[in-house]
Design a protein around this ligand. Structure first.
Ligand code: BTN
Length: 332
């Protein structure tokens, strides 16, 4: 299993403590020398964290930059969590592409690739995903689930739910999921998920689940986008620490992932239905040139949608969903 850096472990101890913590005590706890703790503190400072050294008392954490730095995630996520190891980049073409490249080079299950900006951010159906540098969370999780290909779209549901749970815990607001891969807050799109995979003979070799989560974009920026969008800032009026938001999403993704591993996909599905923006509603699904109208009856363990139409109940695996106008107004 991936082992966190010493700086991450020292930061965890500093976060656990309300007052200063002695270098000697931390060294004993971590089974390293006092000098090694000193070096770890230097590394934290070099990464922009403010750690005060108080004579005879020890080290105290004063401030952290609000960015999704690997060391901050290492300090907050349990060993073995999804999201570790975490790789942080100033700029990438696309975190999904990087995750795929790294998967092919042998990166481990659970690794996470996060970028401050993307030059070729990808959305579903060949669309672009845009966000001003440093404003949002752009990340991709690499998973090696050992699942049949037809099951991997369930990961869209899992990650959308993880975003909902994290946002609800942090803000008290209740986002909704819009099948197949969107999270909505107060009538605007808060996050989108793009799941891509490589497989051989019906089994998924690796799956990349990419998430774009709007965090600190302001109203003017959101209004310039083609479709209604929301950010945590626009919904709450406050700026959010993107490192803490990412930690919250990854912690929830891990909990949901463990539920799946225990065979409790019924629970995951039940929560997905509870949080669904479209369950029981009249919708139109556009898949290429094909338009289907009907009422959403539910979702399957493979991540498909069940749509009751004039021609019977259809199982829909992809497409773009539009709600009837009167339903959309009720939700907003
Ligand atoms: C959608 O709603 O169309 C899905 C958008 C997914 C965007 C994210 S941003 C991070 C990751 N890297 C990408 O290139 N795309 C996904």
């Amino acid at each position: 299993m991936y082992a966190p850096s010493l700086a991450g472990r020292v930061l965890r101890l500093l976060l656990e403590s309300t007052g200063p913590r002695s270098g000697q005590e931390m060294a004993g706890k971590l089974g390293v020398s006092r000098a090694a703790v000193g070096k770890a503190v230097t590394s934290l400072r070099e990464q922009g964290l403010r750690v005060e050294a108080r004579p005879r008392l020890g080290y105290q954490l004063q401030e952290e930059p609000p960015d999704p730095l690997p060391v901050r995630l290492e300090a907050r996520l349990r060993p073995g969590s999804l999201g570790l190891p975490l790789y942080h980049y100033a700029e990438l073409d696309s975190t999904n592409l990087e995750a795929r490249r790294q998967a092919e080079a042998g990166a481990v299950h659970g690794a996470c690739f996060v970028a401050e900006s993307q030059t070729a951010g990808r959305g579903r159906l060949g669309r672009a995903w845009l966000a001003p540098p440093g404003s949002s969370l752009l990340f991709s999780l690499l998973l090696r689930p050992g699942w049949p290909l037809k099951r991997v779209f369930l990961l869209n549901n899992v990650i959308s739910l993880a975003v909902c749970r994290a946002v609800e815990n942090l803000t008290g607001l209740c986002p909704l999921v819009k099948w197949p891969n969107d999270v909505f807050l107060r009538g605007g799109k808060l996050a989108g998920v793009l799941t891509e995979f490589m497989g051989r003979s019906e089994m998924a070799e690796h799956v990349v689940v990419g998430v774009g989560l709007n965090v600190n974009q302001d109203e003017d920026y959101l209004a310039s986008l083609e479709s209604p969008a929301a950010s945590l800032f626009s919904a709450t009026g406050q700026l959010w620490d993107r490192g803490l938001v990412l930690a919250a999403v990854l912690a929830q993704a891990t909990t949901l992932w463990l539920q799946l591993a225990e065979g409790r996909e019924d629970r995951v599905l039940a929560e997905y239905q509870e949080r669904s923006m479209i369950l029981g509603r009249e919708i139109t699904v556009k898949d290429g040139d094909e338009l289907r109208k009907g009422r959403v009856e539910g979702f399957t363990p493979e991540g498909n949608m069940l749509l009751v139409t004039e021609r019977g109940t259809l199982t829909i695996s992809h497409g773009d969903v539009t709600l009837a106008k009167h339903d959309l107004e009720k939700i907003i």
